[in-house]
Design a protein around this ligand. Structure first.
Ligand code: G6P
Ligand code: MN
Length: 447
């Protein structure tokens, strides 16, 4: 099997490599192709893999290329995790919004829309090449904002594209561990859009144990999302929210904290990652060690800049462990290729899963995956505040896609101004203007 990673010079690639090289995998990848537009990043990641390889007798043959067509040809699976505009672009997404007093964040709020606007044209071009060169391949999208990007890609790739995020899996794992002592997933109900969802039930032996978890202060305290948003708040919700809902439920506090912190997440990572890539290329013999240190620091400081005082570094060691993206991606490939049915939370076509959202829209829901494809589970009806928030954010996402497809600045303004975290149409207008002027990819997408 040939796996191609677009964004092959990305920092998380060695984690995928470890997962696919393990002794006991259900699907064996024998050829791994890393594609990137930046040859120096490819070089640094190859140096890490060259050292990692030694511990993995079943590691695939690895090649690296900056030729997209060569990378795609003959691929069985394509992982796509690219960052259009780089880490620098992320800092502009954040700072421009913060400068206007609204949330500046990678995927949530107007920053995520600016990110989507410059990313979609690039992704659609890639998808056209995939359609020609690897029409049978499964396209597994990690590129953020993953919900919007996956929905846009469906126009070209139809049911061959699926989106993945590690946050719902992380939440499930924490909840299952708290209740049963094991991370194994049981019957559960999770519903949402990417980075906006809720775990609504967790069934064990036919009984929903989520109410017990919500009632138990010491167990609940072990759940990162509950600590972050308040035990009393998650009890009031009667559900466990995805961590990104923090930016909605505590928008004012998050904006204040991020503005008051010395650096945004993007600024921190811009420095941290630049230093890693430079040093790994310069000292290949230490590439693995540098990568491991950098990874630990990255995970330990995740979301730190927006968290309440005293919680900046309040992550549990178990939450810093691997097992997120790469594990789901591996399970997904195994289920599709080897037919091992598997349950996972994925970004897929809604169909009739969530009442009140368009069938063609992409939602993040539990699915069973097998050799025949991806089958969303039937979930309980969604209503009230959950459905309302999903509907308004989905409308904004769809306007954003339409804006890009039609090169329409008016639709982009409409999308930004209608985002629930943008509190004025005038602020929406200013945001779009500054994004168009400050970020070349955003300007180009709408001209
Ligand atoms: C989680 C989310 C990703 C997001 C990442 C940001 O893993 O699921 O979608 O890109 O966090 O982490 P970072 O270390 O880049 O701030
Ligand atoms: Mn994600």
């Amino acid at each position: 099997m040939k796996l191609t990673i677009l964004g092959g010079g990305g920092f998380r690639v060695p984690q995928v490599f470890e997962a696919i090289s393990a002794d006991d995998v259900a699907v064996r990848i024998d050829e791994l192709v890393l594609y990137d537009t930046d040859a120096s990043r490819l070089g640094a990641i190859r140096a890490v893999l060259a050292q990692l390889e030694q511990g993995f007798p079943h590691a695939p043959r690895v090649t690296a290329t900056t030729d997209l067509d060569a990378a795609l040809t003959g691929a069985d699976f394509i992982f796509c995790a690219i960052r259009v505009g780089g880490a620098q672009g992320r800092t502009f997404d954040e700072r421009i919004a913060l400068g206007l007093g609204v949330l500046g964040q990678e995927t949530t709020g107007p920053g995520g829309l600016a990110y989507a606007i410059r990313t979609l044209p690039v992704m659609l071009e890639i998808a056209e090449r995939v359609r020609v060169l690897a029409p049978e391949a499964w396209f597994i999208n990690f590129t953020n904002p993953a919900g919007i990007v996956t929905e846009g890609l469906r126009q070209v790739l139809r049911d061959r594209v699926v989106g993945i995020c590690d946050t719902p899996i992380g939440l499930m794992r924490r909840a299952a561990l708290a209740v049963t002592g094991s991370a194994t997933v049981h019957t559960f109900d999770y519903v949402g859009l990417n980075h906006l969802g809720w775990l609504r039930s967790l069934e064990i032996d036919g009984r929903d144990r989520l109410p017990d978890l919500l009632a138990d202060t010491s167990l609940l305290h072990g759940i990162e999302e509950a600590r972050l948003m308040g035990l009393d708040w998650v009890r009031a919700l009667e559900a466990l929210p995805n961590e990104y809902l923090y930016y909605y439920y505590y928008n004012r506090e998050a904006v204040q904290r991020i503005r008051a912190s010395e650096a945004t997440r993007g600024e921190f990572l811009l420095r941290q990652q630049a230093s890693f890539y430079q040093r790994a290329a310069g000292e290949p013999a230490h590439a693995l060690e540098l990568w491991e240190k950098t990874k630990y620091e990255r995970e330990a400081t995740y979301m730190a800049e927006g968290r309440p005082k005293g919680q900046e570094h309040a992550r549990e060691e178990s939450d810093l462990e691997d097992g997120g993206y790469q594990q789901v991606a591996l399970n997904l490939m195994a289920a599709l290729a080897a037919g091992n049915p598997s349950t996972m939370i994925l970004n897929v076509r809604n169909g009739e899963t969530v009442n009140g959202l368009p069938p063609e829209s992409v939602v993040e829901v539990p699915c069973t995956v097998d050799a025949a494809g991806i089958h969303p589970h039937r979930i309980a009806p969604v209503d009230g505040h959950m459905l309302g928030l999903m509907q308004s954010v989905k409308a904004v996402e769809q306007l954003t896609i339409e804006a890009v497809v039609n090169h329409s600045a008016t639709l982009a303004w409409k999308a930004i101004a209608l985002h629930p975290l943008v509190d004025s149409v005038e602020v929406g207008r200013d945001l779009l203007e500054r994004y168009r002027q400050g970020i070349p990819g955003v300007g180009a997408a709408l001209d």
